[in-house]
Write a protein that binds this ligand. Structure first.
Ligand code: ADP
Ligand code: MG
Length: 320
């Protein structure tokens, strides 16, 4: 890794310190001080650090680099600058953004800015709008196998295999999701992958990027906010989900917004269920009562598809 950084001219011959950054389950991530300022080095792991065995090809590092570059082309503020791709295991270096907390940490600490959620919605819609119906973007992100392994299998099919009652709805949803080739999808728009900068949201961790259904990004992020609303019992989190959806809707110029909102609503229902019954359960949703609140609503929503705006408005954070 250090040889790679030297080869790219990012560090000199002296001692190089790789400081691990607290992070995810899928990568090694380090902060490295360089003469040109701090950088982040990221290397994908072959075996994810989750309880269930879960392998993923390391080529996803390349998808991430491509997404970061493409997103910066849409708006230079919304993704860190990639500095180099390293010749080992699809590792890469990007600029470290100082003083930018992770959005999840802000939300968990009770610092909930509804306007920030709206900015997230605007930004992801901007990437989707810029890449919609683009043959060049479609060709640059032929990552269907990766998206299937990291998203469709664990979040939709895993539950379908366990739960016969909901299998037909989940299989149909998985088919629909994988068949749509509409715009460039980030694939992991979660508060833990968004930094809060003075200029708005900065998106990280685009390993699952694929040319697919933009409804997935909206649904994925909204699901996180709805789960956190149950966990923390904070109305502002639900308002944040509504602001996200509202701002995103204003940016839809490539299809009928009503169609996308219904697809996103179905995906939210499935993703909610996956976070209580799937391969990657929400780590903070340990309270059985919280799990029940989520499971009951998710099941009802899977059987009665609801557009995402109505779903968010009617979401119950408790059973009172
Ligand atoms: N460019 C960056 N600037 C500042 N912090 C970063 C940067 N990239 C990653 N981080 C920090 O490292 C953590 C993990 O990075 P991420 O890309 O999400 O990797 P993982 O795939 O392991 O989740 C982030 O949550 C963030 O705290
Ligand atoms: Mg991450």
């Amino acid at each position: 890794m250090i040889d790679g950084l030297r080869g790219a001219g990012l560090v000199g011959e002296g001692e190089v310190v790789l400081e691990p950054l607290a992070g995810g389950v899928s990568c090694d991530v380090w902060k490295v001080e360089t003469l040109a300022g701090p950088i982040v080095v990221k290397r994908p792991l072959e075996q994810l650090r989750v309880a269930a065995e879960w392998h993923a090809p390391v080529e996803r590092g390349q998808s991430e680099v491509r997404w970061l570059r493409r997103a910066r082309g849409v708006d230079g503020r919304i993704a860190p600058e990639v500095l180099a791709e390293l010749p080992v295991g699809h590792a890469f270096a990007m600029r470290f953004l100082p003083g930018c907390p992770v959005w999840k940490d802000e939300l968990t600490a009770g610092r909930v800015e509804v306007d920030f959620a709206a900015a997230v919605g605007r930004s992801i819609a901007a990437v989707h709008a810029a890449t919609a119906n683009s043959a060049a973007d479609r060709d640059a992100f032929p990552n269907d196998a990766m998206f299937r392994a990291l998203r469709v299998d664990p979040f939709l099919l895993f539950v379908a295999q366990k739960d016969a009652d909901f299998a037909p709805a989940l299989y149909a949803l998985a088919d629909d999701l994988t068949s749509r080739k509409i715009a460039l999808v980030h694939g992991d728009v979660s508060p833990k992958n968004i930094l809060v900068s003075a200029e708005g949201p900065v998106f990280l961790d685009a390993e699952c990027a694929v040319y697919g259904d933009p409804a997935f990004d909206l649904a994925f992020c909204a699901t996180h906010l709805l789960l956190k609303a149950v966990w923390l019992g904070d109305d502002r989190l639900q308002q944040s989900a509504a602001a996200l959806v509202h701002a995103y809707r204003a940016g839809i110029d490539w299809e009928d917004p009503a169609d996308l909102q219904l697809r996103a609503g179905k995906l939210v229902a499935a993703l909610l269920l996956a976070r209580v019954e799937g391969k990657s359960p929400a780590p903070y949703l340990t309270d059985l009562e919280h799990q029940r609140i989520v499971r009951d609503q998710a099941r009802a929503l899977l059987l009665a598809p609801t557009p995402i705006d109505a779903l968010v408005a009617n979401w119950k954070r408790n059973l009172a």
